[in-house]
Write a new protein. Sequence first.
Length: 384
Amino acid sequence: MDGTVGNDLVARARAIAPLVADEADEIERTRRLTPDVVNALIENGLYRALLPQSLGGSEAPPEIFMQMLEEIAKADASTAWCLGQNGVCAMIAAALDHDSAHEIFNTAPGILAWGAVAHEARAVEGGYRVTARWDFASGSRQASWLGAHVRIVNEDGTPRKTADGSPELRTILFPVASAVMHDVWQAIGLAGTGTDSYEVRDLFIPDRFAVFRDVPEALREPGPLYRLPTGSTFSLGFAAVSLGVARATLDAAIALARGKHQSLAPSAMRDNPAVQGLLGRTEGDLRAARAYLYATANAMWRDLSATGSFSPSHRSAVRLAATWTIQQSAKVVDTAYHMAGATAVFRSNPFERRFRDMHAIAQQIQARDTHFEDFGKMILAENR
């Protein structure tokens, strides 16, 4: 894609960040993105960052998508999290026929959300029928369509298998109006994501809205972006969100240290060698985490663009970098929070919400310690 178009996405994100920051308290209070924020994201094309160019999207490379999310996350983590979730969901357009994708993504607001993999859909004539409930649909309160990842069973209830014998999984898509939403998102952090549950009963899904996800042979778009699995794209995006939260929290601690004189301390924070050393080490940790994440993403993208193939080693490398980055970002936020002392506990100051948001991020699947175990097991199995 044209680099100018991609870079423009980052510039647009940076331009609307002050609006997002101004709306952050209301987003937290109402547990949803405000209309002004949603409109700004739509009008600036940010939801369409990963949508194919054939549908009017930017089809941006991962680096641009990540930078865009960082800029928004510095202003509000919930907004960035929703944008990341909905943005990756739009990649499913590459597996849809053009008319179906156009119906979903080019009819306002053109936002798709989905939740965790669960349940099954029964094959019937012309499509599938499903009765189920799914959880963790971040960004669903802004969405016009919902999706769900389901196992397919035949009309007689027997599991349908793929050529290699594994269960057949498809992503089914349906209008929000077809589902019952359940307001369940009362969470310690990322309160504004509206990560709710949703339910359908005996819903018919036409064949054209039940597609394979992350299956190269099923793709209708030629771009390398759609050879990148959505799971790995989620990992890169949410790690970028964590970097933005960490950057903003550390910047707030730096600003505080420049002007604060701690109680009972003989000198201002800025003149305290312990504070100076801690800031230096923490800044180094954050820069290292960001450099590692982007270096991994860019190396993967170069290979993918050249070969059209996303390998198991790419998947493992992305997962390791994203997990480590999220956990490192949490440490940076913790350091900044503790450095701020009692100042950090007041809602009027820029610490406590970011502290809660960061720890909500660190509890997600992308930050699980088991990812380190998986990578270590892979290393030990290698013949070097």
